[in-house]
Design a protein around this ligand. Structure first.
Ligand code: MOS
Length: 734
């Protein structure tokens, strides 16, 4: 198909948009089932100790209550002896809901009340009384640094002699940054609706980023091989919170198995603060450079919290060894186990924190060396990833700086802080680089032409709002030469072709490649079919000599020789092809990544300390963009979240109680419409034949990376004040 007729690269509307805006897309807690029961979870109020007694009789006595499940009466669970590690598990021993009487963190689920309706279940839950044997807890990262141990991360070996290079560097910055706990707060809270089938098998609607991950988890934990099917056709946001099976899922299954009934368990907003989150961190950076700004050495240490049962590890410091050309680099990553739940991947896990620190430190260096921040980055630009000692398959970051700066009007910036004003407001311009990996995972897909001539393509991936339905339809339509309207993409069903978790920005590169391959194989089958008849104008023709476009199969140099694709299928009945794609060997010799340059304007009211992000330009290099509209939405969403990270988001813990205090939207602040100014997204041209057959790198995470640094740097430029502790709330500016 030629570029003119291909839907790939076009800013098409979401194919699932009409269903969503009409309220017809069904989410995990919306599926009606006959005789459905409703579960409500009761959570612990202490952070560490054991349950001495749990009094459930009053709850059980409420008419309409069917079951109160605790560690004392839960069914035996085969997989609890050796905790199962799901696809996104951290090193250690995954949390087991209702395993025993031990309390490992505040908010831990300790009972499930199942009743005829949710209100009854919640009310009955309030009647449960617990006697705890409390133990002293440790929940404060800063107060427990002596407990730190090395993270089980695969850090690159130190290169050069960082200490010596730092000692002799002409310009040096030595800085420390702290970032708070942040919680994922997708619009759709976690929910599982378990359909108990007559044969005892389970069909489960779950809010997840991995239907097969949840299926395998339940199969293992409950010893139910081939008896579980997970469905997740629509997901109301996830951002990492749905990467691991969450506790409402096994609890709903326990109740369904015990009662032999269908059960739904939904979490309320407060309970969204009782599992994974972005960990609190301290980062120490020392950067040394020559007087012209040429980097000599980088030392980057991150210390982050984890739980007592798992070592949550993400890529926090690696970025400092790869983003710039620098001969001496030493990285260190430590974890402090606390009496809290295990942190969890949250949009651009690791980079969101690590690149924030690196890019703020680079800005501090720019001022120490008196060099324009963009110029400093260009001076240290490299297309070589020194951590892996490999060249990048492509890295159009230079173009990001140039096009972003041009669009923003960066050349008019006055370097001096407090030099720009708008009425009584201080104006600041700041920038930062962003980087994320361009990964690919094994994935498969099935393409099928049904008897009506419609192309149906499927894979067990999900669409967490990213646009997966739409872009996969585009990729299939292009590969098959079908018009968009004649293609349907299906996902969110564990019985479909194998697909990885939807995460890491690798869905387009992984599943998209499989979709493309399955369609190309179906092309071959179609050609084989029309060649069956010896009189066919296609006989003897190879795939190269024919083409597919607009629903026709035709001979390339004689386009009058054609056949309508639907006619072939109608004649022969359903035809299908399944394909699997692994990351290609050609990737081995290269590092792969997406990059960005983020430019931010802030206006700071000096009297109140209020910061407003008035303008953002984000220039992104992510290979071929399948759909500039859905991809652009990803970047805008990432920028908004980055503004939240910079100015608003922070889950605060009361360390006396060892529990989060602001577990609601009134007190956990996220940006609202009034907090957000113009956001301008540029996708720079980046051609890459190595990453995968599509040349697409994925854009789910790169949009947030660097934003918090650019905002912080703009605040410094506006006010002359360096706030090194996120979020930059107004009290820190006064
Ligand atoms: Mo993403 S944090 O891999 O959903």
């Amino acid at each position: 198909m030629n570029a003119k007729t291909s839907p790939v690269g076009k800013p098409l509307d979401r194919v699932d948009g009409p269903l969503k805006v009409q309220g017809q897309a069904q989410y995990a807690s919306e599926f009606a089932l006959p005789g459905l029961l409703y579960g409500s979870v009761v959570n612990s109020t202490i952070a560490r100790g054991r349950i001495a007694h749990i009094h459930t009789r009053a709850a059980e006595a409420v008419p309409g209550v069917e079951l109160v499940l605790t560690h004392e009466n839960r069914p035996p669970i085969a997989g609890y002896d050796k905790p199962y590690e799901d696809d996104d598990a951290a090193d250690g021993s995954p949390f087991r809901p209702l395993f025993n009487d031990r309390i490992l963190y505040s908010g831990q689920p300790i009972a499930l009340v199942v009743a005829e309706n949710l209100e009854l279940a919640r009310y009955a839950g309030s009647l449960i009384k617990v006697e705890y044997e409390k133990e002293n807890h440790a929940t404060d990262l800063l107060a427990n640094l002596e407990q730190m141990h090395e993270a089980p991360a695969d850090l690159p070996d130190p290169r050069g002699d960082t200490q010596q290079a730092l000692n002799s560097a002409a310009v040096k910055v030595e800085v420390e940054y702290t970032t708070p706990v942040e919680h994922h707060n997708p619009m759709e809270p976690h929910a599982s609706t378990v359909h108990y089938l007559v044969d005892g098998k389970l069909e489960i609607y779950d809010k997840t980023q991995g239907v097969q991950n949840c299926m395998r988890y339940l199969e293992d934990v409950f010893d139910m091989k081939d008896q579980i099917r997970i469905l997740s056709p629509y997901v109301g946001g996830a951002f990492g919170s749905g990467l691991r099976p969450q506790y409402q899922l096994p609890l709903a299954v326990m109740a369904a198995l015990k009662l032999k009934r269908s059960v739904r368990v939904t979490l309320k907003r407060q309970q969204m603060f009782t599992f994974g989150y972005r960990p609190r961190s301290i980062q120490r950076l020392t950067i040394g450079a020559a007087s012209d700004g040429q980097l000599q050495a980088i030392y980057h240490q991150a210390i982050a919290q984890t739980s007592t049962f798992e070592d949550f590890t993400e890529q926090e410091v690696e970025w400092s060894g790869m983003l710039y050309k620098c001969p001496n680099v030493e990285l260190d990553y430590q974890l402090v186990p606390l009496d809290v739940y295990t942190p969890l991947d949250m949009r651009a896990p690791g980079a969101t924190i690590g690149v924030y620190a690196l890019e703020c430190a680079m800005d501090e260096l720019a001022y120490a060396a008196n060099i324009d921040p963009v110029e400093l980055r260009l001076k240290n630009f490299t297309t070589h990833n020194a951590n892996e000692d490999k060249p990048y398959s492509s890295k159009a970051l230079r173009e990001c700086y140039e096009q972003g700066a041009e669009r923003f009007g960066w050349s008019k910036r006055i370097m001096q802080p407090r030099s720009m004003q708008d009425g009584h407001q201080l104006v600041g311009w700041g920038m930062a680089s962003g980087v994320w990996e361009a990964m690919q995972m094994p994935a498969s897909a099935k393409a099928c032409i049904d008897a009506t001539g419609k192309l149906i393509v499927s894979s067990a991936t999900t669409d967490i709002g990213t646009g997966t339905y739409t872009v996969m339809t585009q990729i299939a339509a292009e590969a098959m030469g079908f018009p968009m309207e004649q293609v349907e993409f299906k996902l969110g069903d564990s019985s479909m072709s194998e697909a990885p978790l939807q995460g890491g920005s690798f869905t387009v590169s992984s599943v998209g490649s499989a979709v493309q391959k399955a369609c190309l194989e179906l092309r071959r089958k179609l050609l084989d079919t029309v060649q069956q008849s010896p009189a066919s104008p296609f006989s003897g023709k190879t795939l190269e000599e024919i083409d597919f476009a607009d629903g026709w199969l035709f001979v390339k140099n004689d386009p009058e020789q054609k056949v309508r694709l639907t006619d072939i299928a109608v004649e022969t009945g359903t035809m299908e092809a399944e394909a699997s794609v692994e990351p290609g060997e050609e990737r081995d010799g290269y590092a792969t990544g997406t990059h960005s340059a983020v430019f931010v304007e802030v206006k700071v009211d000096e009297d109140t300390g209020m910061v407003k992000v008035s303008r953002v330009v984000s220039a992104i290099a992510a290979g071929r963009i399948v759909n500039p509209k859905t991809a652009g939405n990803q970047i805008v969403g990432g920028v908004v979240w980055g503004v939240g990270q910079a100015l608003h988001e922070e889950t605060q813990m009361d360390h006396q109680l060892g529990r989060f205090m602001n577990h609601n939207f009134a007190e956990y602040h996220i940006p609202v419409q009034a907090d957000i100014g113009d956001i301008d997204v540029i996708f720079v041209e980046e051609h890459d034949e190595i990453v995968n057959a599509l040349g697409s790198k994925g854009v789910g995470e790169i949009g947030i990376v660097g934003v918090a640094a650019a905002v912080s740097n703009a605040i410094f430029h506006a006010t002359g004040k360096r706030v090194r502790d996120l979020p930059v709330t107004l009290d820190k500016l006064m």
